[in-house]
Design a protein around this ligand. Sequence first.
Ligand code: IPM
Ligand code: MG
Length: 366
Amino acid sequence: MRADIVVLPGDGIGPEVTRAATRVLQAVADRYGHHFTLSTHLIGGAAIDATGDPLPPATLAACRAADAVLLGAVGGPRWSDPQAKVRPEQGLLALRKGLNLYANLRPVQPHPVALRASPIKPHLLAGVDLMVVRELTGGIYFGDKQRSADGASDLCGYTVVEIERVMRRACELARKRRRHVVSVDKANVLETSRLWREVATRVVAEEFPDIELEHQLVDSMAMHLLARPRDYDVIVTENMFGDILTDEASMLAGSLGLLPSASIGEGRNGVYEPIHGSAPDIAGRDIANPCGAILSVALLLRHSLQLEEEAVAVEQAVAQALDEGALTADLAGAGLSGQPAIGTDATARAVLDRLCAPLCAVQLRD
Ligand code: IPM
Ligand code: MG
């Protein structure tokens, strides 16, 4: 298969973890005989420095023309002056909106090694397999923002269509899983949440009668997510609740550095990025965990290129590397392997070795 993939390294640890991820992508191409054309473009703070714009028109145009986009992270203290007119994060939000990527998929499946790195008791974590579907192009992130001398406001709005389409995505995913969807809102307080609940109930009743739907208020969901994470399958929620709940859910997996995400819309194109931020404090030191970025490659292969076998191979290679103790400081620091932490590049190497192992074995036999 041929595919054009845009790479947006961004800021902080973005370039390091993206380098690791593109090496894996290239290895997949070599092993399976695909031809991926990668082109790198500017986003975030790096784009502000170079052009004054966190999402230069050339970047958006390249992303629109691509089959998929692989992104590192954006942001950093250099660009976070509260008075600043442009911020790196605006580039990411404009990209999501510009490509109409309204559904953000954040799977959480704690790896056995990482279980011990989690602050949650291991017996609560075994068997956890969640898919959080976060609405990504609506709500308070994109509502009108006002600032006056003595106050500020952010408008949270949702249309019926915006809720329907993300709900359908969540239900379609649930059909391939355990057919259980929890819709999270704050319907006891917010009007947008009352609409959300109404639409969720109707979509499931009319179009997905085989799906079991449960509603949860976001505050109690935050609690249940830690107390009984095994009870959940697909969790669907609005933009900001999803942002917060997925950082919380990452602790189930032991480290924020392990979790990938896929942002998708109606077409095949999507943006794939680790859920972690740019971590400027550890940038450029070869200590960042590249697994979230590498696992984002697996999601890219699965959702944009429909290469399921290749996606599973990447996921298995990461799992095996972790099993065998290839742990960056965020995981090894928890005393998991009894071995010293390895760096970003070495972790990528460990994954590449596992990814190529079956092929190398065949070549050796030949
Ligand atoms: C995320 C991030 C972003 C968000 C930031 C960087 C704008 O936290 O992808 O979860 O809030 O969506
Ligand atoms: Mg976030």
